[in-house]
Write a new protein. Structure first.
Length: 141
């Protein structure tokens, strides 16, 4: 079997694809969290405006701002994204097990809240892979 030799254009193509993946997934999450905040503070949402939602608002803001940093390649922003999302998922577990009067817990399995980690995991893997690809591309062959 002949090893496949990667060229600089292949590395650039992979790096571009990874950056597009990061921008797409992060963009969806940024839009979702800012839209949720918009609904909360303008009172346009069907179930928004409770104490629980106001408690989650700073977490959503942290997530959205850190995701903007991730899109622009700021490595520390990954930590902010993970801290915010972990705290948001923790509040969902709190609502679930404390039987808080919020609609989203009705009929949900406790493991369903872990879906909140899928996009951040993909973003992190793409971010770290693109950083490693960029490092390898900078080294002389």
């Amino acid at each position: 079997m002949v090893p496949i030799e990667t060229t600089n254009s292949m590395k650039k193509g992979v790096a571009i694809a990874l950056r597009l993946l990061i921008a797409g997934l992060a963009g969806l999450l940024i839009w979702y969290h800012f839209y949720t905040l918009y609904q909360l503070f303008l009172g346009t949402g069907p179930t928004f405006g409770g104490t629980y939602e106001y408690l989650q608002a700073p977490l959503r803001l942290i997530i959205a701002i850190s995701l903007l940093g991730v899109v622009f390649g700021v490595r520390w922003a990954l930590w902010g994204m993970w801290a915010g999302i972990t705290a948001l998922v923790a509040t969902q577990y709190w609502a679930h097990f404390a039987h808080l009067p919020v609609e989203f817990i009705q009929g949900r399995h406790p493991l369903s809240y872990l879906k909140g980690f899928i996009f951040p995991t993909l973003i992190t893997l793409a971010f770290l892979t693109s950083a490693a690809t960029a490092k390898k591309g900078a080294a002389p062959n």
